[in-house]
Design a protein around this ligand. Structure first.
Ligand code: GDP
Length: 296
């Protein structure tokens, strides 16, 4: 399926190196564990996360008295699947829900909002978009194009206007049109953290005041092709914003999909959706187990 195809490069990257290491190993010893750890680190899984996974592998091999090198790959696959399955998320989109979407320029924020609008609409929900990233006119126009593609309404003001005012109007529309979901395109800048924090807090206050029944989620969009840098970027956002989930884009065509494991371990924020292409239906619910299966 799509997930398997999308992760092909990541899988080839990890399994290629892994097979090389396992092919040369004669016994399961400390050298082998260290080499496998290197494989994980070089696959964008990150240093700390790789150490943790290899530690779990060591334990499993000891407990299950595994002594043949040929069984190590299967054991590692199980360890990764278990690691991924811990946690999970309770992200539910029921009326009324407001989703604040953030992320720096170029990560695929606008595209992801368009895909989400399309997805929720296909589920029978009434969706409205709010163009609350008012910093660039082009961003507003781009969002409008996606609104047309997904065939949903959009609330927009002029470039440079107050994002909170856009959200205020969009909340009126949400209530007035009895819509289910409001998707807000919010700030894409990180260089002015204080401003960003104030802006996001102001938006939340307005939602709390104007539509207290609404569930608010904030999702951060990260570019899967940036590997470990995505983790660093998310940590910066965590300093200024409350984050409920991650949308990880561009997993198709990158060998750095291992970053998913790192995100889980380092950020403690669930990956909720993954982007697997440029098309409007190239967004998938993140399924940890299926992901682990497709990874190795
Ligand atoms: P924004 O600046 O964050 O709003 O980014 P855009 O939504 O404009 O996307 C930037 C580029 O990434 C565009 O060329 C998109 O087509 C592309 N893109 C977004 N998501 C995906 C994805 O999941 N896979 C691929 N291959 N490309 C994507």
């Amino acid at each position: 399926e799509k997930l398997k195809t999308s992760l092909a490069k990541t899988r080839d990257n990890i399994t290629g190196k892994m097979n090389e290491v396992l092919g040369l190993a004669l016994t399961i010893d400390e050298d082998l564990f260290e080499e496998l750890e290197e494989v994980l680190i070089s696959s964008d899984i990150g240093y700390e996360t790789s150490m943790k996974i290899i530690e779990k592998l060591r334990m499993k091999i000891r407990l299950e008295k595994i002594s043949e090198v040929s069984l190590v790959k299967g054991a590692l696959k199980e360890v990764i699947a278990e690691f991924m399955a811990e946690g999970g998320h309770d992200f539910r989109v029921e009326r009324p829900t407001v989703i604040l979407v953030m992320g720096v320029n170029g990560v695929g924020k606008t595209t992801s909002i368009g895909k989400l609008a399309y997805k929720y609409k296909a589920e029978g929900k009434k969706v409205i978009l709010a163009a609350a990233d008012t910093f660039r006119a082009a961003a507003i126009d781009q969002l409008e194009i996606w609104a047309k593609r997904a065939d949903v309404d959009i609330v927009r003001h002029q470039e440079g206007s107050d994002p909170a005012a856009v959200v205020f109007d969009a909340l009126e529309a949400l209530r007035g049109r009895k819509a289910d979901v409001l998707l807000c395109d919010t700030a894409g800048r990180l260089h002015n953290k204080k401003n960003l924090m104030n802006e996001l807090e102001k938006i939340r206050r307005i939602i709390d005041r104007e539509y207290p029944e609404a569930t608010i989620y904030s999702l951060l969009v990260l570019d899967g092709t940036s590997g470990q840098n995505a983790v660093i970027q998310a940590q910066e956002f965590q300093k200024v914003a409350q984050l409920d989930g991650i949308i990880l884009t561009k997993l198709d065509g990158t060998a750095k999909g291992g970053v998913v494991l790192s995100i889980k371990e380092m950020l403690k924020i669930p990956v909720v959706y993954i982007g697997v292409g440029e098309g409007i239906d190239d967004l998938e619910d993140f399924d940890a187990k299926a992901f682990a299966e497709a990874l190795i």
